[in-house]
Design a protein around this ligand. Structure first.
Ligand SMILES: Nc1nc2c(c(=O)[nH]1)N[C@H]1C(S)=C(S)[C@@H](COP(=O)(O)OP(=O)(O)OC[C@H]3O[C@@H](n4cnc5c(=O)[nH]c(N)nc54)[C@H](O)[C@@H]3O)O[C@H]1N2
Ligand SMILES: Nc1nc2c(c(=O)[nH]1)N[C@H]1C(S)=C(S)[C@@H](COP(=O)(O)OP(=O)(O)OC[C@H]3O[C@@H](n4cnc5c(=O)[nH]c(N)nc54)[C@H](O)[C@@H]3O)O[C@H]1N2
Ligand SMILES: [Mo]
Length: 761
């Protein structure tokens, strides 16, 4: 057996960003856009009146803090270059390439072919996509939807790049059609954060804003790789360090962005001395976080007993929280040594972090997928909240919760109603404003959608952006489900695997990207987005669209709604399509916090949505923040030797694979690798480059990934790491979080078997 691409291994980088990141940006922009186009866009990026970067959801600086140079990062720039590619896919491309031919190509190759430019269809027994007019495409969709026995047989997925305006209209259309089947990428991302935070502090979003970070005395970054996935966060972390704050990372991997940083925004930042980022790294075992947090709480409690009132914020606890006594009794029953042993972290490090927590009052805890993509994710997040609450560290400057969102508008999409179970108050207002009776039955989430398709209960799958076939867990099962559908339809900018793993009939509807100008018969329109900190701002693209045939997402939804809803139509789809201010008026009428939306969003920097936790007002049933008791991790199958996590490389945006180099980790030329501890390698008689087979067994069923190359890596013994989405074949559909059904993509129990020697090849 030979690997498809032979991995090259070098020493992981010690410093994030710097000169190399500028060179990488310059190269990518040149390669994709031939300079002019991409550079023009970069200078508008994340400026108060410019474009909201389509990459991650990290907040932008306030207008007064924005320098004249662009606020961008290497990976934001790559996302821009990738979207504004000069390459195009036209009808002739599909004449040349059959589905089977395209299925042989890599995911990198598919997106690299450039932007989709015209609607395409493939019908039963055909093996090539062919062009279809917009009108016929909408009529075909209408015909298929109307032929269903019940609206719940259709599923309407959303990825997180969709604007507020498009997301609001989309959910409105779907609910008028008659279903709440609105799964989204958030179901596989921060769903657990939303749930655990809403229960404990009354709002499922971050309680801090960008300006809080430099004010914190201690920032703990858990299960997040900011250097790659939210690089602009490093600028805020650098400021925190300059103000004397401390940073602690909790991660099975020593991620480069958490070690040192050279700020590429500063004129000579890339040649001067780098800023050291973390003061302490706790190298936890995968999912060692919950016992770690409990151990920390226990150490804090011991210290509080010695110096009452000096460690805990007793006034805050008394006035603002419920559940203190129960939590204390629970902690007293736990055994510190056992907890520490479960974390995999040396006791001295746990004690060092506890000392920092004891001494500090303004603490922020940030987290991302390393915490949420676990079976017990909600428990871990509630434990994070426990620590912040006993310290009184929420609702004041420089203190609070920071779940770092992924996609650039994933938080806004949820605010707009993209959720399978929106609260009654929202549904009532929606029904009133649009004069219809919204469906009451709860819809399916992402995992539920796959079950529904696989069991034949759902027959139509529509994706508003995204790449569901690859992003979802249990690849084989998703593929089967999608293939059984009568219709699959995707509104997309680039070709991806979800277009190839298709239903009996399939449609591709190409749309404008965020970087492109969106001009209706009434003139230029802009859209709005919400970032991780809950700020809503406008975003203008100003590149010429890659093709005049493209429609905006808003335009597509309005035309679709008119075709599908026909006479039962209660909305002014035509008016809203031409004038996005009319959509914002409706959003204002339905969703609290959007008062004078059109006026406020035109102000430089936009506006913040209300956030009770930020003001120490907890919107829970007893109006207090909840201290909770969370059971320890469920026991794993004792015989499985490894826990595997799936992570992103430095050269991808989710399933969009920009290239094969994970520069910071020193892994290049291949993504088919497994990062492995050197002691484990010895035990398995493995050397670098050996090919191995990984097998996960869940509920008696085996799933296999073969031919991956071993990379010796600084990862705890007993833990392995592969890249997402390649690792998704190993994630069993029902291996998900108990409470919010987020796939446990970071907790896959596996066996490893050596197949052949790297040295022989
Ligand atoms: N350039 C770029 N930017 C992106 C994305 C992208 O793909 N590319 N994706 C966007 C999206 S949608 C999202 S959700 C975010 C994702 O941002 P991240 O959450 O940073 O992404 P992952 O690569 O999944 O990284 C998870 C981190 O958690 C660690 N980890 C894994 N398991 C555990 C564990 O059990 N405990 C702890 N403490 N740590 C663990 C991993 O080592 C890794 O450092 O980024 C967004 N931004
Ligand atoms: N094993 C494992 N699985 C995971 C994860 C993991 O860490 N491990 N992470 C999960 C997470 S956090 C997430 S968020 C999901 C991501 O899942 P998705 O959001 O479904 O996937 P993306 O890769 O972000 O989608 C990429 C596609 O979106 C389309 N696109 C890009 N821009 C636009 C646009 O402006 N408009 C429209 N309409 N389409 C556009 C392009 O065609 C592109 O091919 O994956 C999840 N799956
Ligand atoms: Mo995400």
């Amino acid at each position: 057996m030979q690997p498809k691409r032979k991995v090259k291994i070098s020493t992981p980088a010690e410093t994030a960003a710097g000169l190399k990141s500028i060179q990488t940006v310059a190269y990518r922009i040149w390669e994709e856009t031939h300079i002019g186009k991409g550079v023009k866009t970069l200078f508008k990026l994340n400026q108060p009146e410019g474009l909201d970067c389509p990459s991650c959801a990290w907040p932008d600086p306030d207008a007064k803090d924005v320098s004249k140079i662009a606020e961008y990062c290497e990976n934001g720039a790559k996302a821009i270059a990738w979207e504004s590619s000069v390459n195009k896919i036209e009808a002739s491309f599909f004449q040349q390439h059959s589905i089977n031919d395209l299925l042989e190509k890599s995911d990198h190759w598919l997106e690299k072919q450039g932007r989709l430019t015209q609607p395409m269809v493939i019908r039963e027994d055909q093996d090539h996509y062919s062009p279809i007019s917009w009108k016929d495409a909408f009529n075909l969709l209408a015909e298929k939807l109307q032929a269903l026995d019940h609206p719940d047989q259709a599923i309407f997925y959303t990825s997180g790049r969709t604007s507020n305006e498009a997301a609001f209209l989309y959910q409105c259309f779907v609910r008028q059609f008659g279903t709440n089947n609105l799964p989204d990428c958030s179901n596989m991302c921060h769903e657990a954060s939303g749930k655990a935070l809403t229960e404990t502090v009354g709002i499922g979003k971050a309680s801090v804003i960008l300006n809080d970070i430099p004010k914190a005395e201690l920032l703990i970054v858990m299960g997040q790789n900011p250097g790659t996935n939210a690089p602009r966060m490093l600028t805020a972390m650098e400021k925190l360090k300059q103000n004397g704050g401390k940073i602690v990372s909790v991660n099975p991997l020593p991620e480069t962005g958490l070690l040192q940083f050279r700020n590429p925004q500063k004129p000579w930042g890339f040649i001067g001395k780098p800023t050291a980022i973390h003061d302490l790294h706790l190298q936890v075992k995968v999912n060692g976080d919950l016992p770690l947090l409990k151990a920390l709480l226990k150490l804090l409690l011991e210290a509080e007993k010695l110096q009452p009132g000096k460690v805990f914020d007793q006034a805050f606890i008394l006035e603002k929280t419920s559940g203190y006594q129960a939590l204390i009794s629970h902690l007293e029953q736990l055994n510190l040594k056992e907890l520490i042993q479960e974390t995999g972290v040396p006791e001295s490090h746990v004690r060092e972090l506890a000392e920092m927590l004891i001494a500090k009052k303004r603490i922020i805890i940030a987290w991302a997928m390393g915490i949420t993509q676990h079976r017990n994710a909600e428990n871990t997040i509630r434990e994070i909240v426990n620590i912040l609450l006993v310290k009184g560290s929420i609702g004041k400057a420089g203190a609070g919760t920071l779940p770092v969102r992924g996609h650039s508008n994933v938080q806004g999409d949820r605010t707009m109603g993209i959720w399978e179970k929106m609260p009654k108050s929202f549904m009532q207002r929606l029904g009133k404003v649009f004069d219809f009776q919204p469906p009451e039955k709860e819809g399916v989430h992402a995992v539920g959608a796959i079950h529904a398709m696989a069991e034949g209960k759902a027959k139509i799958f529509m994706g508003m952006g995204g790449n569901f076939a690859l992003a979802a867990p249990d690849t084989a099962k998703v593929f089967d489900g999608l293939k059984q559908c009568t219709l699959t339809l995707h509104v997309s900018t680039k070709l991806n695997r979800s277009h190839l793993i298709h239903g009996k009939t399939a449609l591709i509807l190409p749309c404008l990207g965020r970087t492109e100008s969106d001009i209706s018969s009434l003139g230029p329109q802009f859209v709005t987005t919400e970032d991780t900190a809950g700020r809503v701002r406008m975003s203008h693209g100003d590149l010429e669209p890659v093709s005049p045939t493209l429609k905006s997402e808003v335009g597509i939804i309005c035309d679709m709604a008119r075709a599908v809803l026909g006479k039962s139509n209660t909305s002014d789809w035509e008016g809203m399509k031409e004038n996005y201010d009319l959509i914002r008026e409706k959003i204002e009428a339905v969703i609290p916090g959007f008062e004078r939306y059109n006026e406020n969003v035109r102000k430089i920097g936009g506006f913040y949505l209300p956030n009770g936790a930020r003001e120490m007002k907890f919107n829970t049933p007893d109006r207090k923040a909840q201290l909770t008791i969370n059971p320890l991790n469920p026991t794993r199958q004792p015989e499985t030797p490894f826990i595997l996590m799936t992570v992103r490389s430095h050269d991808q945006f989710n399933t969009s694979i920009y290239g094969y180099d994970d520069r910071y980790r020193g892994i290049s030329n291949s993504r088919e690798v497994v990062m492995m501890n050197t002691d484990d390698m010895k035990n398995y008689n493995c050397t670098a480059g050996d090919l191995v087979k990984l097998t996960s067994i869940f509920a008696g069923k085996k799933r296999v990934l073969e031919g991956f190359q071993v990379v010796p890596y600084n990862i705890p013994s007993g833990c392995l790491s592969v890249y997402f989405p390649e690792g998704n074949v190993l994630v069993a559909l029902d291996n998900n979080s108990v409470e919010s059904h987020c796939p446990a993509s970071k907790y896959i129990e596996v066996f490893l078997e050596k197949l052949s020697d790297g040295r022989d090849r």
